[in-house]
Ligand binder design. Structure first.
Ligand code: 0X9
Ligand code: ZN
Length: 347
């Protein structure tokens, strides 16, 4: 798939944009630029603010309504990236996918299919405060940047902060720890904003993918227990097919399996919450390049941004096609999730 350049050499030109890692303001300007280029397919929406007051912006992407199909009845395919600040491979991969959906809709059959089948909600920077901090102060910062009571250490691990089996496993009570779960579930505005948005769209939320790095894994729930979800075979089967599609692009090998069994038990993740509370069916955490033995795994060369984007796109396209072909699971979900209490969702 070729990237179409826009004529100028500005960093907001899509071809140039993916040549390097970008600050948050440049990412947001790039999103605005895409919204100008594709006004019928893309709208930008704020889902709330971070603890330092930065906006959290999602891209809502869908093909223009056709005939009787109304856009707000499509199942939603959610992608977030950068919930861990230092995992720089993830935000550009999410943006690359968004740009491919928009720019290839009229050129590529697979993209047209998955655009017609889903409404895409893409949050390229899920932890904007942390992301900026990795540019200005500490390249290896992971957490949010909220202030903690009784400690000068800042932030909580947002991927230990979601309200499902919160802090039961693999999470710390120490504010100075990298895996600090926060003082309570959804203490961080970033996770609360994500949860509110997903909850609001729960009847249509079909697929949830969180992009992280690194280790080259396609992980399914659960992350809080070594037990497997009832539909594990379906989930891991689709993950393997996605991983195979990724490998076909540059030979990058990904392993598929449940989070706890492949990595470690860690409760309070966004993935477990999306499946366990919201009831999204196809839920994955993807650990992007490089492989788990890499020396400086969070620090990717800028020259890997496009290859990483391209191979991740191949996996997502495969997954979306497979979900689409596995039939109308949405109807069943609607009935099942409407009465479900948001027991552990905080407010
Ligand atoms: O530990 C994490 O949050 C993720 N790995 S990372 O190296 N990117 O920090 C894995 C999360 C898997 N999902 C759950 N444990 N719920
Ligand atoms: Zn991560």
């Amino acid at each position: 798939m070729r990237l179409q350049g826009g004529g100028t050499s500005s960093v907001l030109n899509p071809n140039e944009f993916f040549n390097n890692f970008r600050r948050l303001s440049v990412i947001y300007s790039f999103m605005d630029r895409l919204a100008e280029m594709y006004p019928r397919m893309l709208s930008i929406e704020s889902i709330g603010k971070t603890s330092e007051g930065r906006e959290m912006r999602i891209m809502r992407i869908s093909s223009p309504s056709q005939g009787r199909q109304v856009n707000n009845s499509k199942p939603i395919f959610w992608i977030d990236a950068g919930i861990h600040a230092r995992e720089w491979a993830a935000p550009p991969a999410a943006l690359f996918i968004a740009y491919a959906l928009l720019s290839q809709y009229s050129k590529n059959n697979d993209i047209a299919k998955i655009m017609d089948s889903f409404e895409w909600h893409i949050l390229p920077v899920a932890n904007p405060d942390g992301y900026e901090y990795t540019h200005t102060n500490d390249r290896l910062w992971r957490k949010t940047r909220s202030r903690n009571n009784f400690s000068s250490c800042r932030g909580a691990d947002p991927n230990r902060n979601f309200g499902f089996h919160w802090r039961e496993n693999g999470a710390s009570t120490n504010p100075c720890s990298e895996t600090y779960a926060g003082p309570k579930a959804f203490s961080e505005p970033e996770t609360m904003n994500m949860a509110n948005h997903m909850w609001r769209h729960r009847q249509r939320l079909m697929a949830y993918v969180a992009l992280h790095s690194y280790s080259q894994l396609w992980l399914t729930p659960w992350g809080y227990t070594s037990d497997l979800p009832d539909d594990y075979n379906d989930l891991v089967g689709k993950a393997r097919r996605a991983a195979d599609a990724v490998e076909k692009v540059y030979g990058t090998k990904f392993k598929a399996g449940s989070s706890t069994r492949v990595l470690y038990a860690a409760a309070g993740g966004s993935d477990d919450w999306a499946k366990g509370v919201v009831g999204a069916k196809y839920v994955y955490t993807v650990e992007l390049r490089p492989g788990q033995n890499a020396m400086r795994g969070f620090v990717l060369s800028p020259s890997e941004i496009k290859p990483c984007g391209l191979e991740t796109l191949a996996g997502i396209v495969q997954l979306a096609k497979d979900i689409r072909d596995s039939g109308p699971v949405l109807e069943g979900r609607k009935k099942q999730s409407t009465n479900k209490r948001r027991a552990s969702a905080g407010s």
